[in-house]
Design a protein around this ligand. Structure first.
Ligand code: HEM
Length: 429
């Protein structure tokens, strides 16, 4: 939701209504901290989750979701998406598939749209790293249709999103067969133990197989939706800022030469998730800061008093509380010249900017944050190390004011041209 500009007019907390639903907006760091810490335990996310899982096909009643979804499935993601499991189970398949996808670009047409480039290179490697090599990979088109229809599916006219409903149902069928197939092959199989633990968590309760499939579809959608948008913007910003592009290419070339003997393959030997490349880290943070939207929403479960300095106010049971993190991200007093993309804003040093709230915080902090950062990092390193990239267009797309995800949708697309570098990389010709 894009409400940060109301902060100037209404202050750091205010309430508005959509129909009969009150929404309280909190826009300063202290209030946001209190919201995320949730010491009074009055703020929950169950109804918020149900608003997403409903359109993704869950049919059972909200109270039947309590144990399987909130008691088992979501908590299991802390393990599945931990740094150690990503490093052990997902890093290598992601690296290998990504490298193949980037190599294949050579044989393809010379220019693409940026979203085609992201979709072509990122979807398959991420899906395989997560769901294993047996997962259907002809699902990208349906994922895209579902992603663009989800807002309509969440609204009162959901029946109008016919193509979205058909795409979702096809994806659900694929997840139903995936669960059955894994049941047949036993819990320990080629796709590693980590996902088995999450699958068992979803199977442990009373959910029908279709509802279990909807949980996995939710995971599949979360895996791609904000990551693809973030990759798009990251490249859009550096294409517009030639100096940033040059500095990133130099850091990548230099690090790969000095630390990895000139070979992209040697990055796989790292046991942790790609240390080094501090400018790439900063570029990732900065692009998400620029286009990240506020998306932390909680439901008030009982009346609670909130205090901010001398002020005190009550949030009522049934209201929603919305953490306006973007208000902080675009605040010039926190991030000087906040509207300008500065690739080195987050480099360590005396003027290092404060951390962002991109992933939310507290109990419902983004579970996929480590995977997202790792995937964006490796993806950008491979892209810039293997190809010279340019664009005939010079303007950045606008952010779509109708965007509702954690990352804004761009209005339109960008054409990108790729030329294979001849930089003597070993082992990847
Ligand atoms: C750049 C990409 C991403 C961004 C910007 C992002 C951002 C967010 C944000 C802002 C939230 C809400 C936090 C809150 O309510 O306070 C969230 C929740 C979540 N994200 Fe991400 N996310 C990204 C990628 C991912 C990936 C790759 C996954 C992997 C499956 C993932 C899984 C989740 C899940 C499961 C939740 C719900 C957590 C809960 O409510 O307990 N995200 N994400």
């Amino acid at each position: 939701m894009n409400v940060w500009f109301y902060r100037k007019r209404y202050g750091n907390f205010y309430r508005f209504s959509v129909g009969t639903q009150n929404i309280v907006v909190l826009s300063d760091r202290t209030l946001l901290k209190a919201m995320f810490a949730n010491r009074s335990k009055s703020l929950g996310a169950k109804k918020v989750h149900a608003r997403i899982f409903g359109p993704l096909g869950i049919r059972c009643a909200l109270d039947e979701l309590e144990i399987p979804l909130h008691g088992h499935f979501l908590p299991s993601l802390d393990h599945l998406l931990s740094k150690s499991v990503i490093a052990k189970d997902m890093k290598n398949p992601f690296h290998c598939r990504l490298h193949v996808r980037f190599r294949n670009l050579e044989n393809m047409t010379y220019s693409f749209t940026l979203s085609e480039l992201v979709g072509y290179t990122a979807y398959e490697p991420l899906t395989i790293a997560f769901f294993g090599p047996s997962f259907h990979l002809d699902t990208y088109a349906d994922y895209r249709i579902l992603d663009t229809s989800l807002l309509t599916l969440m609204g009162p006219l959901s029946f109008t999103a016919r193509s979205g409903i058909r795409a979702r149902n096809r994806l659900l069928e694929i997840f139903v067969s995936y669960i059955r197939e894994r049941d047949r092959s036993g819990s320990r199989d080629i796709e590693g133990e980590a996902l088995s633990h999450t699958l068992n968590s979803v199977r442990s309760g009373s959910l029908s197989i279709r509802d279990q499939a909807a949980c996995l579809l939710g995971l599949h959608w979360s895996l791609h939706t904000n990551l693809h948008r973030s990759m798009f913007w990251m490249v859009a910003f550096i294409l517009e800022d030639h100096n940033a592009l040059e500095r990133l290419c130099s850091e990548i070339r230099e690090t790969i030469t000095k630390r990895y003997g000139g070979s992209l393959d040697a990055l796989r030997e790292e046991t942790s998730l790609l240390p080094g490349f501090p400018l790439v880290d900063s570029a990732i943070k900065e692009s998400i800061r620029m286009v990240g939207l506020s998306s932390s929403l909680r439901e008030v479960e009982f009346d609670t008093n909130i205090t901010s300095g001398d002020l005190s106010f009550v949030i009522r049971r049934g209201d929603y509380v919305f953490g306006d993190t973007r208000a902080i991200h675009v605040d010039n007093s926190v991030y000087p010249d906040a509207a300008t993309y500065r690739v080195d804003r987050f480099l360590a040093g005396t003027e290092k900017a404060p951390n962002t709230l991109t992933w939310g915080s507290g109990e419902h902090i983004c579970k996929g944050r480590f995977l997202a950062q790792y995937a964006m990092k490796l993806w950008l390193i491979m892209l810039l190390e293997m190809y010279e990239i340019s664009s005939p267009e010079s303007a950045l797309p606008e952010m779509d004011p109708k965007s509702w995800s954690a990352i804004a949708d761009p209005v339109g697309d960008i054409t990108v041209c790729l030329r294979r570098r001849n930089n003597g990389i070993l082992n990847d010709a």
